[in-house]
Structure formats: structure tokens, C-alpha cells
Design a protein around this ligand. Structure first.
Ligand code: EPU
Length: 425
């Protein structure tokens, strides 16, 4: 198992291209199961989660190939298996997004029920409610979700839950509705840019979806979909993470391939903290203004502040002038990073789903443990700002969502070594 050894204190400077979005790519790849013919998808990042999704698509009868130009070619060649086994699903919860496509195209599906993870319980009840409304029969057996349907039928489907809508639930129901008989209206649909991207791909495949990007999505079912070419949107969470890297290291970065309109809540917070963020061409320039101000942040569904940037901003606010408050409204237990940041000298007090951060702390390097993808990113950021050496164990979590993050940060002036854990201890 690899670890990172970070020598803190370097100011990051330079330019970097932001990769295609992991969370847009995963449901788009699953939606390729709906097509007859080949799909060609551009800007799929090279990450562990993507490799797990490729493995799953192969088990489900697809030919998947990364071409020399980096594009991913996906073609369904055998529709006999509709089983997403526990071995794959336990590695990556997002495997659940094959549920809707397989049910709609093959009429039956068996997907291992994803368990909880370091960020909370993560139920899939709303996905199942939505697919039942389209006519599916669903039961649970041996830890698997087993769903059957003839041709699905259009329906009015409400996808709201106690924490707002569901991103992958919307992806599942919208994908399944493309091949249903008649019209589906999804109310309280997720508005995240990743859903918009998926709808654009489905429409390029011949689907008839309108209203995507708003809380009401309408899908007119069609008889069949064909393969299509599609380019994945830039990863807004990776962009936000590198923006924080610029700010926390008191540096200046030019980030290319950034959709600033997908990141306005985070950019607005950065500006209020005192970070300079300017649009430049197809990207942004981010520079620290040296003195960082405290902030009050509440995570919300898009276009609110993203939960996937909560941990990274918490690392930044540990350095700010004054006390900050961070409330988590999507995953109320997503705070595993708090104890680890505290080991680095941050002063944070958790009360339920809210954390108060006493600012102006000089972080000091220490050994810490990565618990999940975004928590690991927060620890890397804190390590960049800390005095001395920070060792982050279990960095396989970060490899799930950021390609070669240490090499890319090092190209900007960071000092991060990847070592085998046994060498680090
Ligand atoms: N929820 C339910 N029932 C459901 C589905 C969700 O109660 O059937 C609840 C969840 O427990 C949570 C809220 O609804 O409280 C929102 O969860 P959502 O379903 O939107 O999350 P997701 O679709 O499973 C995606 C991203 C996450 C990101 C969330 C929220 C992917 C592969 N994952 O998960 O990304 O945090 O949306 O924006 O797209 C990450 O990249 O680090 C990550 C965790």
C-alpha cells in the first residue's frame, strides 16, 4: 500500500490541465449499455474507479478499449449476463449506475447492493422507488438487488429524499426512461452538471430528453438507441481541489479545462475568503491574497456548495483569520478528515453535522491516515501548507479520483514522494 511523504511549505506556481470528470464519466460509461453499436468517449480520466467500471462493463458483455488517442471505445457484443457481482460493487459504489441501463435494455438485472462507506450510510431506496414507478419488479436476495421488467412504461417520478435529490438515482431513472414506452417526468431531479452531461450523451444516442439541468426532466421514450461520440465535461471537483492548492500554498496557478460556471458556489467562497479567481480563456487563474478570511459554508445540492469540496475547504479554513463554520447537509457524517486534520494542528470542534474551525493555525507535519477520496485530498492540501513532513497512509483512496496527483503537484513545485508504506513507517 502506497503512502505520500510531503515536505510542506512550497508555493505552487505554474499551469495544469484539469482532467475529464470522474463522476460524469462513470454514468456515461454505464449508459453505453443501452446502445446498439459503438460509442466513442473522449476525456475519460485514467483512474482506479474508471478501471473498475471498465472491468464491470467487460463482465456485462462489452468490448472496451482505450485507443491511442486516449478516447474510450465501448461496444456491447454480448447481452447474456446482467449481473454486477459484489466483488466489483464493493470496490466502487458507482457500479450501481448500471442498474437502470441493464433493466431497460435487457429486461432483468442483478446488482449487488452497495454497502455504506467512509462518508456515511448511502442507501439506494430512491433509485429503486424510481425504477418501480417505471414498472420494474424489484426484490432483494442474498445482498443483491434483483429487478425485472417487460418494456418499462413512462410515469411521473419524484426523486426527492431527506437530503435533496440523488445524483446517481437521477442517472439511473433517466437512463432507464429513455427506452420506456411513453413519457416520464422526473420531479426533484438532480441538477448537477454530471446529469446534464449524461443527458447530452443519451440525446446524442437518439434519446429524447428535455429539462436536464433543472429539477424537472422529461423523457419521451424511444424504441432503440445507437452508439454516439461524446466528450466528458471537465472535473469540477478536481478543479476546486487545485484552486484550494493554490490558495493554501500561497501560490498562483493557471488551470486549463475548467468550467467556472460549474463551480460558482466554490469560487464565490474562495473570493470571500480572499482568494483571487479570474477566468482566463478556457480556464482560470487562482492566486492567494496572503491573508485568508474565515467563512461560513453549508454544503447543498448543485448549484450550492458541493459536498465533494467540503474537506478541502476545511483544510484551507484552518489557516484563515478568525473562526469558520462548515455544515454538511448532504452526508451528515462526512467528517473523517476532522480528526486527521486535528493531528496536523488544526483546531476543529464538531457538533453533529457542523464543524467550527478556529483559524490561523500553523499546521505541523505528522503521520495521518486517508479515509476516503476527498478526505485524502484535504490531507494532501494540509500537508502542502504544514511545516515539516506529513506522511499520508492509504493513498489508494486518492488514486480513485485524482490521476497521479503527486506528480502533477510536484510539477507545480510541491515536494511529494510516493513510497511503499513499509518504507514510510
Ligand atoms: N440518498 C438516499 N437514498 C437514495 C440515494 C441517496 O437517501 O436512494 C441520500 C444520500 O444518502 C445522500 C443524498 O441522498 O444523503 C445524496 O446522495 P446522492 O445519491 O446524490 O449521491 P451519489 O449519487 O451516490 C454522487 C457522487 C458523490 C457525491 C454525491 C453528492 C458519483 C459517482 N458520486 O454520489 O461523489 O458526493 O453524488 O453530490 O457521482 C466523490 O466523488 O467523492 C463522491 C462521493
Amino acid at each position: 500500500m502506497d503512502s505520500f511523504v510531503i515536505e510542506g511549505g512550497s508555493r505552487l506556481r505554474g499551469s495544469l490541465r484539469i482532467a475529464g470528470s470522474k463522476n460524469a464519466a462513470l454514468p456515461v460509461m454505464a449508459a453505453a449499455l443501452l446502445a446498439g453499436g459503438k460509442s466513442l468517449i473522449e476525456d475519460i480520466p485514467n483512474l482506479q474507479d474508471i478501471r473498475s467500471q471498465i472491468e464491470l462493463l467487460k463482465l456485462l458483455g462489452c468490448r472496451v478499449e482505450r485507443r491511442a488517442d486516449g478516447k474510450l471505445e465501448i461496444e456491447v457484443i454480448d447481452e447474456t449476463s446482467s449481473h454486477a457481482p459484489y466483488d466489483v460493487v464493493r470496490k466502487m459504489r458507482a457500479s450501481i449506475c448500471v442498474l437502470g441501463p441493464l433493466l431497460a435494455k435487457r429486461g432483468h438485472v442483478r446488482v449487488s447492493m452497495p454497502g455504506g462507506c467512509a462518508i456515511g450510510d448511502r442507501p439506494v431506496d430512491i433509485h429503486l422507488r424510481g425504477l418501480r414507478a417505471l414498472g420494474a419488479t424489484i426484490e432483494l436476495e442474498g445482498g443483491d438487488i434483483i429487478a425485472h421488467a417487460g418494456r418499462l412504461h413512462g410515469a411521473e417520478v419524484f426523486l426527492g429524499g431527506n437530503f435533496g435529490s440523488t445524483v446517481l438515482g437521477t442517472a439511473n431513472v433517466m437512463s432507464a426512461a429513455t427506452l420506456a414506452e411513453g413519457t416520464t417526468v422526473i420531479e426533484c431531479a438532480a441538477c448537477e452538471p454530471e446529469i446534464l452531461d449524461l443527458a447530452n450523451y443519451l440525446n446524442a444516442m437518439g434519446a429524447n430528453i428535455t429539462g436536464h439541468g433543472t429539477p424537472r426532466i422529461t423523457v419521451e421514450g424511444v424504441a432503440a438507441l445507437h452508439g454516439a461520440e461524446h466528450r466528458i465535461i471537465p472535473d469540477r471537483i478536481e478543479a476546486g481541489t487545485f484552486m484550494v492548492a493554490a490558495a493554501i500554498s500561497n501560490g498562483e496557478l493557471n488551470l486549463d479545462n475548467v468550467r467556472i460556471d460549474h463551480l460558482m458556489a466554490a469560487v464565490d467562497k474562495l473570493r470571500s475568503i480572499g482568494v483571487i479567481v479570474e477566468k482566463s480563456g478556457g480556464g482560470v487563474t487562482v492566486a492567494s491574497a496572503r491573508r485568508l478570511e474565515a467563512a461560513i459554508i453549508t454544503t447543498q445540492p448543485y448549484p450550492g456548495f458541493p459536498t465533494d469540496l467540503q474537506a478541502q475547504f476545511m483544510a484551507l479554513l484552518a489557516m484563515a483569520n478568525g473562526n469558520s463554520i462548515v455544515s454538511e447537509k448532504i452526508f451528515p457524517d462526512r467528517f473523517m478528515h476532522v480528526a486527521e486534520l486535528t493531528r496536523l494542528g488544526a483546531r476543529m470542534h464538531r457538533e453533529g453535522a457542523t464543524v467550527i474551525i478556529e483559524g490561523e493555525q500553523q499546521l505541523i507535519g505528522a503521520p495521518v491516515m486517508a479515509s476516503d477520496l476527498r478526505a485524502s485530498a484535504a490531507l494532501v492540501l494540509a500537508g502542502l501548507a504544514a511545516r515539516g513532513t506529513t506522511t499520508i497512509n492509504r493513498v489508494y483512496h486518492i488514486d480513485r479520483g485524482y490521476e497521479k496527483i503527486e506528480e502533477r503537484l510536484n510539477s507545480l513545485g510541491a515536494k511529494i514522494k510516493r513510497v511503499d508504506q513499509s518504507d514510510a513507517e
